[in-house]
Design a protein around this ligand. Structure first.
Ligand code: SAM
Ligand code: MD0
Ligand code: SF4
Length: 384
């Protein structure tokens, strides 16, 4: 991996003795370093983990330099197009005990429901008519849906694929390799499975009782089955800039087609409910660093963290997808914000469009998204 900065050439601060003049020098050194790293990334340099961590620690004007570079990178790949994804959390039952999740098995406070296939297809048709370009079918690890070789899930994907006429993403948790192949056969395009962190000991505290390797292996199996893959991380759960840099480098090495980051939202009734919520600066810098490290990847701005008011910040950081568009009045929940902005109708295509317009961006049409998918599959064939 290339190192952009010749570290020996940088001015050094004498320990304990910092004059006013040196402060100025330090500030401009830091600004120069961030600018140099961003320029290097835009020139095609592969940033090392320490360099990514440096970008992730940028503050004030330096952070704005990183966001501006990320926007420039996005402009080169998907231009002003933004892909809007519909989100259907069709079963909130789960057998797992993820420490961060509202829907962990032991939590009595979360709403539990399971939609029928007919209900899901009707919701998906409505979402398609509203202008989304993809349908993300998400579930807790619901034993009923996973029974009999995941028959319920496979049938549902076929019904949505045939009935709604849009690309489909499936977010079912870890499923066996043959089920991944079955999902592809029934028309699924994407498999989403987030590691949350690629730092093993932190992972073990978050995804309690779920082997680290099994999750990583499921994504690779999905790719072999012909699915495009999304990985992602959580921030604000005890991760450092170094951990985030490691996640970015790991996801870059795998070359996933979509990568995401979400800020942890503390949930009632869970072991992490009293964690002090972090602002979203770490998430925004991670979006930007992801954009610089994986220029071709789709990167979501999720409405599921801070609702519609957080959207423009995430797009300004280099995201080119809006996720967690949920139709109002259907009884559907979000994952980390179960209710925020849903029944108000802000998490809809109509709610999102004015924000895109203000930023000089536009919602891509379904045909444009299909072309993006075709291009991604072609790139995959060249590299694997
Ligand atoms: N049950 C499946 C699984 O866990 O893979 C599918 C659901 S998955 C799409 C839910 C994702 O939402 C998690 O992987 C995590 O990244 C995010 N999430 C869950 N709880 C969250 C919280 N409290 N704050 C922020 N993000 C959260
Ligand atoms: C989102 N609530 O996009 C959804 C979810 C699952 N593939 C995505 C985390 O924010
Ligand atoms: Fe279940 Fe997914 Fe929540 Fe973990 S993150 S408890 S697997 S719904």
């Amino acid at each position: 991996m290339g190192t952009l900065i010749r570290r020996g050439a940088r001015p050094r601060r004498a320990p304990g003795a910092r004059s006013e003049g040196e402060d100025v020098l330090l500030v401009s050194t830091s600004a120069n370093e961030v600018r140099e790293l961003c320029a290097g990334a835009l020139d095609g340099a592969v940033l090392s983990e320490p360099e990514l961590a440096r970008l992730l620690s940028a503050k004030g004007d330096d952070a704005h330099t990183v966001f501006a570079a990320a926007r420039q990178m996005r402009e080169r790949t998907t231009g002003d197009a933004v892909f809007l994804y519909g989100f259907v959390y069709f079963s909130t039952y789960c057998r797992n005990e993820c420490a961060f999740c509202f829907y962990r098995a032991g939590n009595d406070e979360s709403p539990r429901y399971r939609k029928t296939a007919d209900e899901v297809v009707a919701i998906c048709r409505g979402l398609a008519a509203s202008g989304v370009v993809l349908l993300d079918l998400t579930m807790g690890e619901d034993p009923r849906v996973l029974a009999d070789g995941c028959a319920g899930l496979l049938d549902l994907v076929a019904a949505v694929h045939d009935g709604a006429g849009l690309p489909v993403m499936v977010s079912p948790g870890v499923v066996p390799d043959e089920v991944l192949a079955g999902l592809r056969e029934r028309g699924a395009d994407w498999y989403a499975l987030y590691q949350e962190t690629h730092t093993r000991d932190l992972y073990d505290r978050l995804r309690v009782g779920q082997p680290f390797e099994a999750r990583a292996a499921a994504r690779r199996a999905a790719r072999r089955a012909g699915l495009l893959v999304e990985d992602g991380l959580l921030t604000g759960i005890g991760d450092s800039a170094g951990d985030r840099a490691h996640s970015i480098a790991t996801m870059r090495a795998e070359g996933w087609e979509q990568v995401r980051v979400m800020t942890f939202v503390p949930q009632a009734g869970t072991p992490l409910e009293d964690v002090t919520p972090q602002g979203d600066q770490a998430e925004l810098l991670t979006i930007a660093a992801l954009r610089l490290a994986l220029p071709d990847a789709l990167i979501p701005a999720s409405l599921d963290v801070d609702g519609i008011r957080g959207l423009e910040r995430r797009l300004d950081a280099g995201a080119n997808v809006v996720t967690s568009i949920v139709p109002p009045s259907t009884g559907l929940a979000g994952v980390s914000q179960a209710e925020l902005d849903i029944d108000e109708g802000y998490r809809t295509v109509a709610g999102v469009l004015p924000h895109l317009e203000r930023l000089g961006l536009r919602a891509a049409a379904a045909a444009e998204y299909t072309r993006w998918l075709d291009g991604a599959r072609e790139r995959l064939q060249v590299t694997t």
